[in-house]
Design a protein around this ligand. Structure first.
Ligand SMILES: [Zn+2]
Length: 337
């Protein structure tokens, strides 16, 4: 076996070990229909410095050197994490290579989001940091993810939870606010609860990615999809959703249904908010509390029919137009108040 082959094999082994060690929990956004390749970064200044490798990169480099001898290092793609600037607010940490004021709307929006989630869901205050690694552009972000987590679908943002860190990875683009709100919601839930079943994790993230000013909570990605699915014979099935445990297997309709159940519980169901809060509270102390479907069957025996009616009512022209208008673009319409 040549030195080159030995190095390649070691790199593959290390990458595999890193993925196994770190990816006990991964959540991602599916590709948005609104994805825009022509994203232009918006930031105060970009700090371009000599690349500094992450710890994992240093380990890889050390093994490579040991295998290949003291040869001059070959040029490698930029795969390091952002590290130049850190903004902290309580347990929220944003790390970037460009200056980001703690008064920037992106930051204050996330601070308000955490407070809203904790208050509305009666969660305990987060006990762990959620670290947001904010890359300056999409290419840097993709290089990093492809290097550290090969095989992940190409999505705009990821939440990766490990025993040592709750991390959000994303880049500064057109959908920065939506992407950060979605992934940071995952972070807050896991920082508060630890154990969060897939469907409620995604349902709450889809719900809270909609800015607070839209108290109706309509995520415009879904009302029409759900309504047309009902016409095609699909029906909400909470027990089926509760059985899902592989995020990669979740389809767009599954995300939409998860969001719709959360919206139903918080906006329409007579007992839904209290039932949801009790369920989340039990998740703090138990890895397998009674599923929400069992609880609703007790408090609200006809919840299936009510949910179906709620989903059908969501698809009204006024609601969809209002939601689309307010999602016209973060950069063009800065957060007010
Ligand atoms: Zn998600």
């Amino acid at each position: 076996m040549t030195r080159g082959n030995t190095g390649d094999l070691l790199i593959r082994l290390l990458r595999a070990l890193l993925v196994v060690e770190s990816a006990y929990y991964v959540r991602g956004l599916f590709e948005s229909l609104y994805f825009n390749e022509s994203t232009v970064p918006l930031f105060d200044s970009v700090v371009t410095t000599r690349p500094v490798m992450s710890v994992a990169g240093l380990i890889c480099a050390a093994v490579l050197l040991a295998a290949a001898g003291c040869r001059a290092p070959q040029k490698q793609p930029l795969v390091r994490l952002p590290e130049q600037h850190t903004t902290r607010n309580g347990h929220m940490v944003i790390v970037s290579d460009f200056k980001l004021s703690d008064r920037h709307p992106v930051v204050t929006d996330l601070v308000g989001l955490k407070e809203r989630i904790v208050a509305e869901l009666a969660l305990p205050e987060p006990e762990r940091d959620v670290v947001v690694y904010l890359f300056p552009n999409e290419q840097r972000y993709r290089n990093y993810l492809n290097s550290m987590h090969p095989g992940l679908p190409p999505r705009r943002a990821y939440f990766v939870g490990t025993k040592s860190e709750l991390a959000v990875y994303t880049f500064w683009g057109e959908k920065i606010q939506e992407d950060l709100r979605h992934e940071y919601t995952h972070g807050v839930l896991h920082a508060c609860l630890g154990n969060v079943p897939l469907w409620i994790d995604e349902g709450l993230a889809e719900y809270y990615e909609v800015p607070e000013s839209q108290r109706g909570g309509i995520n415009s990605d879904y009302p029409q999809l759900l309504a047309s699915s009902i016409v095609d014979g699909w029906r909400p099935d909470l027990e089926r959703l509760e059985s899902l445990n592989d995020f990669a297997a979740m389809q767009r309709l599954d995300y939409g249904e998860s969001w719709a159940w959360v919206h139903y519980l918080l906006h329409s169901s007579p007992s839904g908010r209290d039932t949801l809060i009790d369920y989340l509270n039990d998740l703090k102390d138990s890895k397998a509390p009674a599923p929400l479907s069992d609880r609703l069957a007790t408090t609200e025996p006809i919840f299936g029919a009510r949910m179906l009616s709620h989903v059908a009512d969501l698809n009204t022209p006024g609601l969809i137009i209002r939601a689309n208008d307010t999602r016209a673009g973060y950069r063009a319409t800065p957060i007010r108040n």
